[in-house]
Design a protein around this ligand. Structure first.
Ligand code: CTP
Ligand code: CA
Length: 229
């Protein structure tokens, strides 16, 4: 554990970190969700507190995780709720880290009462696009604010993991993109992460497979380097 050697290089910085996966309700008892555990976001928040930052952790659904001592916690459910809290808290933040897995779509209708089964097949579930919170935060960025995005990529016939990630960094306009290679048991619900850190200035750094807390330290190192540049 690197805790003893942690620099206090985030002293006086206000940081907002989102974590976990949003849940988009279909009715009072059902939702569309994703497999994000929230562990990487929590590790980022914990490391930021240890390095001296004033931290707000915005947590969507996560596996059971210990609270981050010293951080203020705001819980959210849907992408719309996350959006509202992120805009409010980012307004006076120095650094915003979007580690949450935001549902790209939500059910168009949310039933007031539990949907009952009948003797027919159900209607298909109609979906609507959710807002792109990271892109919005970039649009409303305050002076000097550093905005960090995440991308989980598998690569496909259109390009490999890095090609997709470079395009995503451009599209979103973030200062830093943390890229995880996913698939084949990587990243989700595991203790370890591996990937790349891509900066808007074109610099790219591979991050070796390591614990999420080690990865958090590497990410904060890169953010501090951006602030100091
Ligand atoms: N993100 C967001 N709002 C969304 C979707 C994603 O703020 N509606 C953020 C995530 O928190 C992450 C980054 O954008 O920091 C990239 O998310 P990702 O799902 O990889 O990107 P998308 O643009 O949704 O592209 P796709 O899922 O098609 O790969
Ligand atoms: Ca997405």
């Amino acid at each position: 554990d690197r805790q003893d050697a942690l620099p206090r290089d985030l002293e006086g910085r206000r940081v907002v970190v989102s974590a976990g996966g949003t849940r988009e309700p279909l009715d009072p008892v059902r939702y569309l969700g994703n497999r994000s555990s929230g562990k990487q976001g929590y590790a980022l928040a914990r490391t930021a507190v240890q390095r001296g930052a004033e931290v707000t952790l915005v947590a969507a659904a996560t596996v059971s995780l210990p609270d981050v001592a010293g951080a203020s916690l705001v819980r959210v459910g849907t992408a719309e709720e996350l959006r509202e809290v992120m805009h409010r808290t980012a307004a006076d933040a120095d650094i915003v880290v979007m580690a949450a897995a935001v549902a790209d779509f939500r059910p168009t209708d949310r039933a007031t009462y539990k949907i009952k089964k009948t003797d027919r097949d159900p209607d298909p579930i109609a979906l609507t696009r959710n807002p792109d919170i990271l892109a919005e935060l970039v649009q409303s960025r305050v002076n000097g604010q550093v905005i960090v995005g995440f991308a989980a990529e598998t690569g496909d016939s259109a390009g490999d993991v890095l090609e997709h990630a470079r395009a995503k960094l451009k599209r979103k306009g973030a200062d830093l993109l943390v890229v995880n290679a996913v698939g084949e048991g990587k990243a989700f619900e595991t203790e370890d992460n591996s990937g790349w850190l891509l900066s808007a200035d074109g610099s790219e750094r591979a991050v070796a497979l390591s614990s999420k807390s080690h990865m958090a330290s590497d990410i904060w190192d890169a953010i501090v380097a951006l602030i100091e540049a």
